[in-house]
Write a protein that binds this ligand. Sequence first.
Ligand code: ADP
Length: 446
Amino acid sequence: MFKKILIANRGEIALRIIRACREMGIGSVAVHSTADTDAMHVRMADEAVCIGPPPSPQSYLSIANVISACEISGAEAIHPGYGFLSENARFSQALHDHGITFIGPSADHINLMGDKIAAKDTMIKMGVPCVPGSDGGVTDLEEARRVSGEMGYPVIVKAAAGGGGRGMKLAKSAAEIDVAFQSARTEAKAAFGDDAVYIEKYLGNPRHIEVQVFGDGKGGAVHLGERDCSLQRRHQKVLEEAPSPVIDAETRARIGKTCADAVAGMGYSGAGTIEFLFEDGEFYFIEMNTRLQVEHPVTEEIFGVDLVREQIRVAAGLPMSFTQEDLTINGHAIECRINAERLPDFTPSPGAVAHYHAPGGLGVRMDSALYHGYKIPPYYDSLIGKLIVHAPTRKEALARLDRALSELIIDGIDTTAPLFHALLEDRAVQTGEYNIHWLEKWLDKA
Ligand code: ADP
């Protein structure tokens, strides 16, 4: 087992990984920008190395700086968390070349799934059902018009290198395809330096259902059921739960096996998430994330496993600590993402946290790097905490979430916490009857 791991991240996910290291008796090294000198992950890790100025490209995204920190501290492995360098194949390869273990899949698998066109192609070959769409990339307007016309509107133009909902444009009819196609390409080029796009049928009433998979890198793999992330704003997840209120045991076993077989066939190593849209009882693959997801705690809660510990074990060459038969679901878990944002417009609200009190009690988990007096810097993602509850049933989990939210105090900045209180009062949330478009409409009315 590793003696020391460097965490190439910040915020709550850095804490999450440091905690796993500590329980495993592994030393932890934090890296930080000059804007994060007072951050909780720096305080909590055994060691810390400053890797540059506030802008991410010069610190958290600088491969050279992160590798230097690893060499200075003598860490043997790097956990990338999510975001930043977590899905950067060049980073994974550079670590390999330096004899440092990347806690995640191989550079080849990151590359393959990072190109959403290649990913879809691979999944089709593996027998995974996909959203109907263009056969590969679409490079010119003529082709975009033809493909969309044949498929039938509405369609969605998506960036091959996409992520975070960027480079995605809807065309409701033929009159909108020219603008959608051009603007998706421009946005993709600006965001990812790559203007490759593809076109999919736009689904009007789907849920977002994703399957957690885990591979041992030697041809073995398991699935850990699904997460339902249908409550979204601007294609970004707001609240996630497991299991999904609309998936029964038989369906779970079937889609789970399809996913586990696909990653086993690839020889995939570590944690991964296969994302689907689910409409009228059918699954349609949209993408695979080759890293730990923000919403992984809901899966941990219902299966009683530690996914970060498992990632570290597999990266160290140990076998997985569970088989498919060991994995049984216990109860229901819900996570809400608390952002430093001002409602109703969701404008960023960084600044000093005057007072912070985390909720507690049975079945409540608050993953956050906040503390009393902490100053949230304006340079990074606005996620400041994840409130996760676990209870025997969905109904009890909702009641527990309501109770936990009423205990949460974050003063000095605006947060999205009040949104969840309001959402819990809505019948659709109580019954679980919503699709990926529901929250946007609800927000428009509110
Ligand atoms: P990203 O990598 O940018 O997050 P995804 O492909 O995972 O992009 O899609 C993100 C979200 O966008 C989905 O959860 C869904 O809400 C919406 N979306 C993506 N593809 C479609 C589609 N074909 N029809 C309708 N909505 C879609």
